[in-house]
Write a protein that binds this ligand. Structure first.
Ligand SMILES: NC(=O)c1ccc[n+]([C@@H]2O[C@H](COP(=O)([O-])OP(=O)(O)OC[C@H]3O[C@@H](n4cnc5c(N)ncnc54)[C@H](O)[C@@H]3O)[C@@H](O)[C@H]2O)c1
Length: 431
């Protein structure tokens, strides 16, 4: 049985995954060091400010900072004084789409000579299959310690949806992948305090499971995006076909199309195919999803040239209601529009909170790149038509305005309609 108050945890890398996890551990009674190389982030966090949007995290940070949670750059002090070290470092891909593990490698190299008997190392970043075995080999060949006897090692992947960690961590079964029984027991003792359901397995199966979770979603979105393109070839819209497929049919479940990207979905597939010569589905899905902006712009061009036109791109995050624009396809859309001769304005309520009216004013094309609820709330077809140029084109792959069409030609209200609207709102006010 773990006594949380006496059990210290270092979360190494207080990014989008590490910081919420650190706060959830603090809430469960552990003492947590949030370790990061980013001095500015550490300062911001210790001042009580979340460096990014994460539902429910501000309250936990306010409650635990300086008590159950301290952010620090003092890597050595924190790790030497912790019973458990959780690695939540970034694992991006390089420009050739090869996985980069330099953050993990540099941390493992730094901690290896300061480890002390009994410590548990948890790998929580998303990694290539075999990484846990690699870390075991590295530790055992550079120290006197044996994994499973002196030092314990587990791969415990994060499976939250970004922005929803605080809500989701207690409900997601925790996969624990290990190379020995004692490490499995130690990791369970820690994670059992966060979530009731633990799924034990070997480390490689757990590494694969995490990657399969993401790629399964990614491939499903690629199918939706390809079906959207095929439907348009037949002059039909995907929303209607999806309705027919999914309504009251238990083998339905077709996803809706969209801009499918972000720091995880974009790169995780390359951790799987990196050393597999004959697998095509993941890379094909990547090509389909990454090509959606170019496809939509080609469709727009069939209706209007973009030369000297104004394109307003709304939503710059990689998914809705968050402030993370890593690997967002909105920027690819922007580049293509500029190459086509358009002037581009951009808006995002969380990343580029400029005046939406100015962004839309005089636009010839409005491109909904991400379906933030904000746009559902603040805009309507009528409002967009009023602000943009006459007969502007709306590209709404997310169908947030319920047109059931990827492309909609907007009709500006006539002066008479505007007058009528004004009269009826006057009537409402006076009644
Ligand atoms: N973002 C998600 O929704 C999500 C979900 C599940 C899994 N993951 C995986 O979790 C991992 C972390 O992702 P993230 O989005 O939190 O990344 P991130 O870039 O937001 O966080 C990484 C943090 O590590 C810090 N860091 C880098 N080198 C360091 C070092 N040597 N010592 C200490 N800190 C260091 C960085 O400054 C940064 O704050 C990745 O493997 C990712 O694939 C992410």
């Amino acid at each position: 049985m773990i006594q949380q108050q006496q059990h210290r945890i270092s979360i190494i890398g207080i990014g989008r995954v590490g910081l919420p996890l650190a706060l959830v551990f603090a809430e469960k009674g552990f003492f947590v060091y949030g370790v990061d190389v980013d001095k500015n982030k550490v300062l911001v966090v210790n001042s009580g400010k979340m460096p990014f949007i994460e539902e429910g995290a501000d309250k936990l940070l306010e409650k635990w900072r300086g008590k159950g949670f301290v952010a620090t750059t003092d890597f050595q002090y924190a790790t030497e004084n912790s019973d458990t070290l959780v690695l939540t470092l970034g694992t991006p891909v390089d420009e050739h789409l090869n996985p980069i593990f330099s953050q993990i490698e540099s941390v493992i190299k730094s901690i290896v000579y300061n480890l002390h008997a009994g410590q548990l190392i948890v790998l929580r970043s998303t990694v290539s299959p075999g990484t846990t075995e690699y870390i075991k080999r590295y530790i055992e060949s550079n120290t006197k310690w044996k994994i499973g006897e002196d030092i314990f090692l587990a791969f415990c992947p994060e499976r939250i949806a970004e922005g929803k960690s605080i809500e989701e961590i207690p409900h997601i079964p925790q996969i624990i992948g290990t190379l020995d029984a004692k490490s499995a027991e130690k990791a369970e003792a820690v994670f059992k305090q966060l979530t009731p359901e633990i799924l034990h397995s070997d480390a490689r199966s757990a590494e694969l499971a995490k990657l399969y979770c993401n790629m399964y979603r990614y491939i499903n979105f690629a199918i939706a995006n390809e079906f959207m393109m095929i439907a348009r070839q037949h002059d039909r819209d995907i929303a209607e076909v999806t309705r027919l497929v999914n309504t009251n049919y238990k083998r339905g479940g077709l996803k809706s199309p969209g801009f499918t990207a972000g720091p995880c979905l974009y790169k995780d597939g390359f951790f799987l195919v990196n050393r597999s010569p004959f697998t095509e589905l993941i890379t094909t899905s990547w090509k389909i999803n990454e090509s959606v902006p170019a496809y939509l712009i080609e469709e727009i061009k069939k209706q209007t040239s973009l030369v000297n036109k104004k394109v307003a791109i709304l939503g710059l995050a990689f998914k809705k209601n968050i402030d993370d624009n890593r690997n967002s396809l909105a920027y690819r859309a922007k580049k293509i529009c500029i190459a086509e001769g358009a002037k581009v304005t951009m808006h995002d309520p969380y990343l580029e909170p400029c005046d939406l009216t100015n962004v839309l004013k005089g636009a010839d094309v409005v491109f909904i790149a991400i379906d933030h609820d904000y746009y559902r709330r603040e805009l309507s077809l009528e409002k967009i038509a009023e602000m943009t140029n006459k007969d502007s084109l709306l590209c709404d792959i997310w169908n947030i305005f319920g047109t059931n069409k990827v492309l909609t030609r907007l009709k500006r209200p006539t002066t008479q309609q505007l007058l009528q609207e004004a009269v009826s709102s006057d009537d409402e006010e006076s009644s």
